[in-house]
Ligand binder design. Sequence first.
Ligand code: UD1
Length: 368
Amino acid sequence: MKILNVVGARPNFMKMAPLVHCLQQRGIPQKLVHTGQHYDANMSKVFFDDLGMPAPDVYLGVGSGSHAEQTAKIMVEFEKILGSDRPDLVVVVGDVNSTLACSVVSAKLCVPVAHVEAGLRSFDPSMPEEVNRIVTDRLAEILLTPSPDGDEHLKNEGVPSSRIHRVGNIMIDSLVANLKKAEASGVLADLSLEPRRYAVVTLHRPSNVDDPGTLLRVMRVLHEIATELPIVFICHPRTAARLKELEGYESVSAGGDLRVLPPLGYLDFLRLYSQSRLVLTDSGGLQEETTYLGIHCVTIRENTERPITLTQGTNTLVGTDADKILAAARPALDGEPACGSVPELWDGRTAPRIVDVFESWWSRRSGA
Ligand code: UD1
């Protein structure tokens, strides 16, 4: 069995690293393609270094663009790779444009696709990731889900049960493997922060940062929160560009201890959020990571494709209403502990379960 793994954007790297390591351990031949959707060193290379991933065998260098441009460029370049190097299985992770593009190309060339993090649904068609998830899951032959809601969605969409494998949350494998290592990070000392005495913010969804009115409203309430608890805002390049041009930002940015900083590597960021008292975010991954660590999370979005973090974890979904954001942050600001439990199979052993699935799929397919 020859496997071709695909990564493209920041949230892919921590999902792929455990799988690459596990395939290596089992001696299964594999190659890694990086589409280059994310290309800045602090959005890409630092993750390869921190996560101990081998350099990609192939780098497509597609870069940024509109959704159509980016997806099309990845498809054109990835088709050349599949033409010259036919794997038995293409593995895609998550829900970014690279996930979609490489799934479509593989399906058209009749190369089976495995999707890690299958079945998640926000039921919000305006979210580009939702389109990517639906199409990828429709085309994939092996669907690897992190939680029971994923299984349910796929079954409701007519996917045969035999293709659905609940394996748990692979991103938690990276978290578990690196939590101890991250203790060596000097990020807290560098920023003069004390454990549990600060909040972490990330925001990058177009729905939050591309509309100036929404961004200004959210920034105003974050500065209000920062009068009670210092905030470090780890800022995606898209958001940094929007903040620079945000009219009226000077009038709200005077209040509170809120620092806007460029993206961090995996280990520094893990150290930073794992020691925080509160996370405010629109990231999918952080909703899960805070649930695993039992840290308060306020999700600044109208919906989530990770509802188990609400029902079982420490996440609260609030949208962009200032009063709701403040009310959801209140328990953390008052020092109350977060309540929640870790979902089943979020145990750091998802990658070996995935490779088990691949091995039994291959032995059925090859008639071994
Ligand atoms: C992408 C994913 C999103 C994921 C996010 C994590 C899609 C549709 N979206 O969104 O699901 O949560 O990654 O970061 O795939 N840029 C840089 N340097 C980089 C990469 C991007 O400056 O290395 C800037 C560029 O201005 C670019 C913009 O960020 O136009 C957006 O990048 P893009 O990959 O299109 O989408 P993200 O917003 O990062």
